[in-house]
Design a protein around this ligand. Structure first.
Ligand SMILES: Cc1cc2nc3c(=O)[nH]c(=O)nc-3n(C[C@H](O)[C@H](O)[C@H](O)COP(=O)(O)OP(=O)(O)OC[C@H]3O[C@@H](n4cnc5c(N)ncnc54)[C@H](O)[C@@H]3O)c2cc1C
Length: 394
């Protein structure tokens, strides 16, 4: 079993690390102080994304993407996840279900999104529909040759910079006819309700949008009527794996900073790393991170190159998200503790990561929902997806 990265994969990870260190990290203080970037910084960062080939890393070359497999996308996101302020969201990664569009839809939405000329946001969640997506109350009904969409969507990440949405709605109010519609933001009836403030500093916003009698054509149905849940599930799977990647990257940075700080900081005549109470915290951080990262790499390798089928990837992505986000939560909590009062100051990356990593246990399915997925898989197919190994029978 050769677990070494290929030269190509190692180079991709190194380039991603350089992009994070040279482009994203220098923007952290500005993002924190101004709750986002100035238009000048945002424009410069966008140009850097294009210059360094960091756009659309998850889409095919023929659609304007970089053509990387999920293992490579994970390696890149792990490095970008080191940045605070969710600056990792600057390099746009158009939602994966857009690849299911027709050629005309790809020309109108996906390809311009890969090029950075358009930007998407995915709108599923509502006031009454969170973990239980079947409770979505946004409806689409037929009116002549158009669809009319009514509803309200919450927490629409990057909705402020997006110019079109993937709207998860129920045709005729029927959850069995869940459908994803491509809705241009400038369509009459699309309305910004409000832009709430959140715990973290995020380079973009998560606004609430209303859809009041929004008319769209058949050419704005992504996939088939009734295929919405499957498309949204594909989005969840990719996002869950990428949360795994970014939380591992963020926690790695926290461990590096904490180890260096503990070696440098002196109290009672010693470096604090010499106190077992501190050293054991670092030891737990390192060991748990190693376990999470090993799992992340194994699952992504299996998904990209090991022949895992869609069901297995769905099952394993939940375990990745659960373990990596919960591990990162424990790691960052200890990092703040090791930094003492400094760990509570917003000019410290560990403080910012402490606030930012909290949502990773909530969005794209809470930790409880990941456990529900894992438990369902155990009940349906047994433990093999979790206890087996690629290439073995058991
Ligand atoms: C910053 C941020 C950005 C987001 N971005 C987006 C986005 O871009 N697009 C989008 O569509 N959504 C987005 N979301 C929404 C996010 O995915 C939901 O908040 C999340 O899925 C949880 O739904 P909820 O908030 O309604 O909580 P609820 O579903 O109401 O859950 C409340 C609590 O009950 C628990 N619970 C619920 N059901 C069960 C169960 N069966 N068993 C055990 N426990 C259960 C949950 O785990 C949780 O602890 C975002 C949220 C945040 C905070």
């Amino acid at each position: 079993m050769d677990m070494r990265l290929t030269a190509e994969d190692a180079a991709l990870a190194a380039e991603a690390r350089a992009f994070c260190d040279e482009v994203l990290v220098p923007l952290e203080d500005e993002c924190e102080e101004h709750d986002g970037l100035t238009p000048e910084s945002a424009a410069a960062a966008k140009q850097a994304v294009l210059d360094r080939g960091c756009n659309a890393i998850n889409h095919a070359v023929e659609d304007g993407g970089r053509g990387y497999d999920v293992f490579q996308v994970m390696l890149i996101e792990e490095q970008w996840g080191r940045a605070t302020g969710a600056l990792w969201d600057i390099p746009w990664r158009p939602s994966i279900p857009l690849a299911a569009g027709t050629e005309a839809q790809k020309d109108r939405y996906l390809r311009p999104a890969c090029a950075g000329d358009r930007r998407d946001a995915y709108a599923i969640t509502e006031e009454g529909a969170g973990s239980d997506v079947s409770m979505v109350a946004t409806t689409a009904r037929r009116d002549g040759d158009a669809w009319v969409i009514d509803g309200e969507k919450w927490h629409v990440t990057s909705g402020d910079v997006a110019d079109f949405f993937l709207v998860h709605a129920h045709v005729d109010g029927d959850p069995a006819k869940a459908t994803v519609f491509l809705v241009d933001k400038d369509t009459p009836g699309v309305r910004l309700v409000r832009t709430p403030k959140y715990m973290h500093t995020f380079v973009f916003e998560h606004p609430i949008f209303a859809f009041d009698g929004v008319r769209v054509g058949d050419d704005q149905v992504l996939g088939e009527v009734g295929q919405g849940f499957e498309l949204t599930k594909d989005w969840f799977v990719e996002e869950r794996i990428m949360i795994g990647a970014r939380t591992v990257g963020a926690a790695t940075r926290a461990l590096e900073l904490s180890t260096a700080f503990a070696a440098d900081r002196r109290q009672f005549g010693s470096a604090i790393i010499d106190f077992q109470g501190v050293a054991f915290m670092l030891a737990d951080m390192a060991a748990e991170l190693m376990a999470a990262k090993s799992m992340l790499y194994r699952v992504c390798w299996d998904a990209a190159r090991g022949g895992a089928d869609r069901k297995r990837i769905h099952a394993e992505a939940s375990a990745v998200k659960l373990v990596c986000s919960e591990t990162a939560g424990r790691v960052i909590d200890k990092a703040v503790q090791i930094f003492g009062g400094r760990g509570y100051m917003r000019d410290q990356p560990v403080e910012r990561l402490y606030r930012e990593l909290r949502v990773d246990r909530i969005w794209e399915g809470t930790s409880e929902i990941q456990r529900v997925v894992i438990a369902n898989e155990l009940a349906k197919r047994g433990p093999e997806a979790y206890t087996g190994w690629p290439g073995s029978d058991g």
